[in-house]
Design a binder for this molecule. Structure first.
Ligand code: ADP
Length: 264
């Protein structure tokens, strides 16, 4: 059984706007826009699937529906064969940047997901393990505002993993990071995924990230958005475009497909 099954998922929004009528009065009209149409994707346990598509194509909307934060207009999302009735706090964790609470220290932020644990010793062990995993030893008592962007992102990652969710959802996790920190974080997320093999969904508009990180890519696009390409990426890690011509060729094809000539 797939871990996550997205079946015929369609999402429509009603955009209300005011119009001037001929008699001078204003009238509110509702315009229905279909953002996602009949999306079908199955995701296996432990797989990392990167959803790729241009800005505004509905990637975040899809993640919100999978996480149970928003209802679908039609179709369904099954987790372990069952529909989600409400956001499953222990099942799914949505990794979002700026997700740290500024008034709590790194340690307290990461520990939020363990607040229900009564065994203090065990709780501290898990906390230390995760602080070490993201290499933030020595910064436990710092506040988010005292950390660099990359360190904040690592703390956010630890905050997600400490909950030990079945499914990790990441929406543009590297946005706003400088180039080198982006590369380093990407490497860390790949290593982390190789190590813990959690089902991970990542949304990105960055073709390079999707090809370097994903076990599979799913490209959505169009108006409304549909799945336009699904491709398994059977490339060993660490992946590198320069040393793997096949991966480089695939990148060129995807750039062309998304309307950009990479070789300018
Ligand atoms: P992406 O993540 O691919 O950039 P989004 O999922 O954020 O795209 O948005 C897809 C489209 O849905 C956009 O056109 C956006 O304006 C629209 N949209 C998203 N949320 C709402 C909402 N709550 N009400 C109306 N339209 C929305």
């Amino acid at each position: 059984m797939p871990h996550i099954e997205i079946r015929q998922l369609t999402k429509k929004y009603i955009n209300r706007r005011k119009m001037n009528r001929n008699d001078g009065h204003k009238e509110t009209i509702g315009e229905t826009i279909t953002v996602l149409k009949n999306i079908d994707v199955s995701i296996e346990t432990g797989e990392m699937v990167c959803f790729l598509g241009p800005s505004g194509c509905g990637k975040s909307t899809m993640l919100r529906i999978i996480a149970g934060f928003e209802p679908a207009s039609s179709g369904q999302v099954l987790i372990n064969g069952r529909t989600q009735k409400k956001p499953g706090a222990d099942t799914i964790f949505v990794f979002q940047h700026n997700g740290l609470l500024p008034w709590l220290s790194v340690r307290e932020n990461i520990g939020l997901g363990l607040r229900h644990m009564t065994n203090k010793k065990q709780r501290d062990e898990i906390l230390i393990e995760h602080i070490e995993m993201v290499e933030l030893e020595g910064f436990e008592n710092h506040f988010p505002g005292q950390l660099s962007g990359g360190m904040q992102r690592r703390a956010e990652l630890a905050r997600a993993l400490v909950v030990n969710p079945e499914i990790l959802i990441m929406d543009e996790p590297f946005s706003g990071l400088d180039f080198l920190t982006h590369m380093k974080m990407r490497e860390e997320v790949v290593n982390m995924h190789q190590f813990i093999r959690k089902t991970t969904l990542m949304v990105t508009h960055d073709i390079n990230d999707a090809l370097i990180m994903g076990d599979r890519i799913v490209i959505i696009g169009g108006s409304p958005s549909e799945v336009i390409l699904e491709k398994k990426l059977d490339f060993e890690h660490p992946r590198n475009f320069e040393s793997n011509p096949e991966l480089g060729k695939l990148r060129d094809e995807l750039f062309l497909m998304m309307g950009v000539s990479y070789a300018v």
